[in-house]
Structures are given as C-alpha cells and as structure tokens.
Ligand binder design. Structure first.
Ligand SMILES: [Zn+2]
Length: 240
C-alpha cells in the first residue's frame, strides 16, 4: 500500500528530488557508519577519519580508507539504487542528492548525482587543489601506504569529506537549489541527523520519507514509510 501512496505522490508532485543516506546502501552490504553496530561504534572517527588526523598522520587515515575502498568496490547497487535510476530515466526524478560516498547511484545508472559528502572517485591535493582520479590513487596504494600528488608530490587526501571539514560548497549549493525548485523531496534511508544535509527537505514545499526507524522530521512529512528502501521503491516503481 505504501508503495502505491508513494507512487501517487511522485506522480503528482513534480519535479521530485531524492535525498539518500546510509539506509539506501545497507542492502548492498555497506554498513551504516553511525549505527550501533556501525564502524564508528568500533573505531573513533577522529583518530582515523578527521582532517586533524590526516594532517597529523595521513598514513593512518589511508590505512583505514584503503580497507573501506575495497569493501565499496566489491559492493553492488541494490533494488533501491536501480529503482531510483529507473525513475530518473522515466523523468520522474530530477536528481539524487546523496550523503553516501560509495558511488552506487552512479553505478546503478543515475546520471545526475550530487555527492554532498564527497566520494572515492578521486583524491585531492590540499595545497594545490589538484584532483587525482581513483584509478591512479588505487594503483599507488598497491605499492605505497599513501598516494601522492602527480603535480606537486604532496600526500593526497581522500575525496570524501573528513570529520572537521566543511561540505563541498558547490555540491551543497546545487543540492539546496534542487530542493528549492522541487515540489517533493523524497528522503530515502536517512535518519536526517547530520546537518546541514538534514535541513534540505525543509527547503522544499513538501517531503516524504522512506526509512527504517524514526527520523527527526517524521511529523512534518507528507508520507512516512517505515520499511526497507529496496522493497518500497520497487513497489512504487511498479505502481507508476
Ligand atoms: Zn599537488
């Protein structure tokens, strides 16, 4: 039933912009960093994934992320990613704004993806602002504990937003403009706890939420579906 209700909302309230979080990728076997059983319950992010840690000890940060990159490369898009890509192909989703760094939306075929927390598609030089593509970074990581910049030789920083860093301004600006121009923001798999991204639904006149468990904005949503992203979006797609 909830799939049918969601389908009706998507059809009626165009344009629709999607905002996704970790819950969209858990069915691909990628753990939610912030959950009780997630990675941050075991390791302190400020020791391995903060900008301070990177400046102090880049090797430790890269050791952590090298393992993450391998997990992400083995992961595959799931039914939720596929459904969102299909909705975009049908002209029913304008763009996907994602907090995820796993690139699974792009791999599922979504064309317009705004990665507000960065991704592993590249690494960057902090001083020279050079962007090194992932293939080059991964090749270097095979033979060296840290990758270095092909332009200036400095150690490269992972392309993901580290703790203590600001979100990429251009991506956040685009995400905000998309939300303001939408008649529906569809939140999928995010508990809307991480600001400023959690405020994006409030930029639109209306929003709907598909998430297992409560979110900070449940009582203001047009529709809340407390269920898995894959099953709910597949049902909505079928009803459209
Ligand atoms: Zn450089």
């Amino acid at each position: 039933m909830s799939g049918v209700a969601l389908a009706a909302l998507i059809r009626e309230r165009q344009p629709c912009v999607v905002l996704t979080g970790a819950g969209v990728s858990t069915e691909s076997g990628i753990p939610d960093f912030r959950s009780a059983t997630g990675i941050w319950a075991e390791v302190d992010p400020y020791q391995v994934a903060s900008i301070q840690a990177f400046r102090r000890d880049p090797e430790r940060v890269w050791t952590f992320y090298r393992e993450r990159i391998h997990v992400l490369r083995d992961a595959r898009p799931n039914a939720a990613h596929e459904a969102l890509a299909e909705l975009e192909r049908r002209g029913l989703v304008e763009a996907v704004v994602t907090q995820n760094i796993d690139m699974l939306h792009s791999r599922a075929g979504s064309q317009d993806v705004v990665e507000v927390h960065g991704s592993f598609r590249s690494a960057e030089g902090l001083a020279c602002l050079w962007t090194e593509p992932a293939d080059e970074v991964l090749a270097q990581l095979e033979v060296s504990p840290t990758p270095s910049c092909s332009q200036c030789g400095d150690v490269l920083k992972p392309g993901v937003v580290l703790f203590g860093e600001l979100l990429p301004a251009a991506a956040m600006e685009r995400a905000t403009q998309l939300a303001r121009g939408a008649r529906l923001v569809l939140v999928v798999g995010s508990s809307l706890e991480v600001w400023p991204v959690a405020g994006l639904p409030l930029e639109a006149p209306a929003f709907a939420i598909v998430n297992r468990g409560p979110t900070a904005l449940d009582d203001r949503a047009l529709l809340k579906v407390d269920a898995g992203a894959g099953e709910t979006l597949s049902a909505a797609l079928e009803a459209l």
